[in-house]
Write a protein that binds this ligand. Structure first.
Ligand code: G6P
Length: 611
């Protein structure tokens, strides 16, 4: 949520920053801006996408070797030019970008107003910047010192980056709660919210920790904590290729990511699942295997699509491991004083590894003695680092705002954990374990088969694109898939959609059914199939339009449904990894047919670093 980029070194800063902002646009795209120092402090900001800023700057003097840039997802103040970052301090000498929320900004603002400060924007960022400047002037101290003093009085989350007209050779940055990566080049430094703007220049990076502050010159990186003690920067090597963050011939990242799923699930299984020997190797999980086996309960904590992966995992863990599982929205869990006993196992599921609610929820649980396992996609992210152990999903960078490949990779990882624990615990027979291991190994190929349906799904999208509501129904393992299908449609096409357990439909949503309502059933052959067919009958009896995700040869569903999408058969535990894919494609094609920006749907952001 909000993307930040900064550069200092011998290159022209503007092109580096502009390219970086485009890569980070998934984090927010309601406005953007840059500040460049070249004797003067030049700040350019514009409502809308980064391309609009770029257009505005054609022909302008953007020469500079130091600069900061920002792409915004509005929190305080509507999206407009005025509220876009960077902000300039009262003296006009400092410029700052910020990702996060300053919770006590209102109190600080009152104090500053009393001192005669005026504000050009409605943002918490401008308040923090002037607060820093006020401290600097009152104490006649260096900017670094003023930042440190100010941050000790701040409640909230932030990454900030400042430049100072009087010190054009230095960037100052600090972090708490929002992500910050520093790329180390030859006599140059790159700063960004994630590694994607950095990757083509250097693979050596430092992930800044909470409560750390960096003073950065072209040839020097000084890292300190807020107590002013020097810290040794821990340099890690990025394991990411540029191709992974480019569209590679696809029209959209979302489509590319949907089509990558055979490979991403394969990557996720590779080196862990050996179908021949029947072994599952997950070192992070092995370390805590005894605690997981003996846990009284497992709590899955997540948001959005990752929460849906948690719901599928609830069914799987309860079935295979006979452990009580609860699935919690991180935003609720963190605030409602949940009962956490020592030895409880919390599984935090997150694509970005930066979602603020999930992060704080696990911090709280950890402090109460819970064991935290992270199922995270972004290597080195905050959730990955705070977890006691876990397993990366290895889906590669996911750039489309609506999550697709990360979801199936989460399901693959969670299934492997459940298989391993269930087998070792003895709640899963060897025969069933081996059968599931072999079936899981075959999933990537089956996903490829589902993708062959893309043209058929595109036609269905044309047929149903003008619906104003849609209902998604499923039972058992495919109930969370119904929720996920509805979420995908809402996110991408702005059609109101609801996911429901198919049987629960008669307690309310059935009132919506008429000839204009498309009802998408996940009706693959599982232990609920007969029941789902009855629910389909109930919809048909009320003239609803039925689109059914079915297995080949399911004549009963074919007879009932208006349209069908065929997916290969799989064990019901694994079927969500297949049945979710047509729903991703349906949402994509409907969004596209309606003319929307499917990679950057309105109001959304990919990495939600505010609560
Ligand atoms: C945002 C994204 C979703 C994602 C959710 C949780 O809402 O748009 O795609 O599922 O955050 O994010 P996480 O990175 O924690 O999985």
């Amino acid at each position: 949520m909000c993307g930040i980029v900064a550069y200092i070194g011998p290159r022209e800063a503007y092109p580096v920053i502009l390219k970086g902002l485009k890569r980070l646009e998934y984090r927010g795209y309601d406005s953007s801006g840059v500040a460049l120092l070249n004797g003067d402090l030049n700040v350019y900001k514009k409502k809308g996408k980064v391309a609009e800023l770029e257009e505005m700057l054609v022909g302008k003097d953007v020469h500079s070797n130091i600069g900061i840039g920002h792409t915004r997802w509005a929190t305080h103040g509507e999206p407009n030019d005025r509220n876009a970052h960077p902000h300039i301090s009262a003296s006009g000498k400092l410029a700052m970008i910020h990702n996060g929320i300053i919770e006590n900004y209102s109190q600080l603002k009152q104090d500053l107003l009393r001192k005669g400060y005026t504000f050009k924007s409605d943002t918490d960022t401008e308040v923090l910047l002037n607060f820093i400047e006020d401290i600097k002037e009152n104490n006649e101290c260096p900017l670094e010192e003023a930042v440190r003093i100010a941050l000790k009085r701040i409640v909230g989350a932030y990454v900030i980056v400042l430049i100072d007209q009087e010190h054009p050779d230095t960037l100052i940055t600090a972090r708490k709660g929002s992500p910050l990566v520093i790329g180390i080049g030859k006599n140059e430094h790159f700063l960004a919210s994630d590694a994607s703007p950095i990757i083509e220049y250097t693979k050596e990076v430092v992930y800044v920790n909470d409560y750390e502050l960096a003073i950065i010159k072209a040839d020097e990186l000084i890292l300190k904590n807020l107590g002013n003690e020097r810290q040794t920067p821990f340099i890690t090597k990025l394991d990411m290729e540029l191709a992974a963050i480019e569209k590679g011939g696809y029209d959209h990242f979302m489509l590319k990511e949907i089509f990558e799923q055979p490979q991403t699930i394969h990557d996720c299984l590779r080196g862990r699942l050996d179908a021949e020997s029947g072994s599952i190797t997950m070192s992070g999980v092995t370390k805590y295997a005894e605690q997981i086996k003996n846990a009284n309960r497992i709590v899955m904590v997540a948001c959005g699509t990752s929460w849906h992966a948690g719901l599928v995992a609830e069914y799987i863990f309860e079935e295979l491991c006979r452990i009580n599982v609860e699935v919690e929205y991180a935003s609720e869990f963190r605030y409602r004083n949940p009962v956490i006993n020592k030895g409880d196992v919390i599984i935090a599921i997150s694509q970005s590894g930066e979602t603020a609610d999930t992060l704080v929820a696990i911090e709280n649980a950890k402090s109460k003695g819970a064991i935290i396992l992270g199922v995270v996609n972004v290597v080195g992210s905050s959730i990955a680092r705070i977890s006691d152990a876990g397993a990366y999903t290895h889906a590669g960078p996911e750039i489309g705002v609506a999550s697709t490949k990360a979801f199936t990779a989460q399901l693959a990882v969670l299934t492997m954990i459940a298989l391993k624990i269930g087998y070792e615990k003895g709640t899963l027979s060897q025969e069933r374990y081996l059968q599931l291991v072999r079936e899981l190994d075959a999933i990537p190929e089956k996903v490829s088969t589902v993708l062959l349906q893309a043209e058929n799904i595109k036609k269905l999208a044309e047929k149903y694109k003008d619906a104003s509501n849609c209902l998604y129904l499923g039972r058992g393992y495919n109930f969370p898939v119904a929720l996920e299908g509805a979420l995908k449609l809402k996110e991408i096409s702005y059609i109101h959609a609801e996911g429901y357990p198919a049987a629960e439909m008669k307690h309310g949503p059935i009132a919506l059914v008429d000839e204009a309502l498309p009802v998408i059933f996940i009706a693959t052959k599982d232990s609920y199939h007969e029941k789902v067919l009855s629910n389909m009958q109930e919809i048909k009896a009320r003239k609803g339009k039925v689109i059914a995700i079915i297995n080949e040869g399911d004549e009963q569903s074919i007879a009932l449904a208006d349209d069908v999408i065929v997916v290969p058969e799989a064990d019901e535990i694994l079927s969500p990894m297949l049945s979710c894919i047509p729903l991703q494609l349906l949402a994509y094609h409907i969004g596209l047919a309606k003319g929307f920006d499917v990679d950057k749907p309105r109001n959304l952001a990919k990495s939600v670093t505010v609560e």
